[in-house]
Design a protein around this ligand. Structure first.
Ligand SMILES: N[C@@H](CCC(=O)N[C@@H](CS)C(=O)NCC(=O)O)C(=O)O
Length: 223
């Protein structure tokens, strides 16, 4: 495929089961520039070092976008912000006004859902069983449930599609994919919105697959 000057492909270090990575790819689809991304799938875990990812991000996390003018950029919101400057359509991250703060706040809740969901998975599945701490599991679950309730009551679902909705849809899809606490029960408004958003071509083209690859559980509890 030949691309016009200034439209060279950009390498995205990604992961087929990362909600943060999927957000950036759905964002590119919604911006009409998905063909600009050359996606490289990476496995990452804090217990299983991936040197190729550490070479571009000292945090060892994906997504990372390699840009011609600024080198490797992360995290997912920064990548979305960069991608938003590559297309001529309406901004998906509003640049001013209340729309900006509503969109970024919704994005922040979505980001927090992913963070809490990952922390919960550590406490329920990923950490060796003797090292799990039930109060932490309960605390992370509470963050998910409180956020679902807030979204059901208040989320602004009727505006134009942007970073908030993209982040939320990819977060909820990941929570369902990992069978974490169900956001659907008792939340018809959130469920209706999610089911409709999930039918968008950007979501249908980017379904999650794959398993987390943690390192061997090397620690044994003494005693
Ligand atoms: N705040 C980051 C989070 C990125 C992140 O946690 N990515 C996970 C994959 S879902 C990762 O690479 N984790 C590896 C690690 O924690 O070492 C973002 O929004 O991009």
């Amino acid at each position: 495929m030949s691309l016009s000057p200034g439209s060279e492909r950009l390498t995205l270090h990604s992961q087929s089961h990362s909600p943060y990575a999927r957000k950036t790819i759905v964002f590119a689809h919604e911006a009409g520039i998905a063909d600009r991304l050359a996606i490289i799938d990476q496995e990452t875990s804090p217990t299983n070092r991936n040197p190729a990812v550490f070479a571009v991000n000292p945090l060892g996390k994906v997504p990372v976008l390699i840009t011609p003018e600024a080198g490797a950029i992360f995290d997912s919101l920064v990548i979305c912000d960069y991608l938003d400057g590559l297309h001529g359509g309406p901004r998906l991250i509003p640049s001013t006004g209340p729309e900006r703060w509503h969109a970024l706040r919704l994005h922040a809740v979505a980001q927090g859902l992913c963070d809490a969901g990952i922390a919960l998975r550590w406490e329920t599945q990923r950490r060796p069983e003797p090292l799990r701490y039930p109060p932490l599991q309960a605390g992370q679950t509470a963050k998910l449930v409180e956020s679902y309730d807030l979204l059901e009551a208040q989320a602004p679902f009727d505006g134009p599609i942007g970073i908030g909705q993209i982040g939320l849809a990819t977060a909820l899809a990941w929570l369902a994919f990992r069978v974490l606490p169900d956001f659907r029960i008792g939340r018809p408004r959130l469920t209706r919105w999610y089911d409709a958003f999930s039918q968008r071509p950007s979501m249908r083209a980017t379904a999650y697959h794959g398993e987390t690859q943690d390192g061997p559980a090397a620690i044994a509890i003494a005693g």
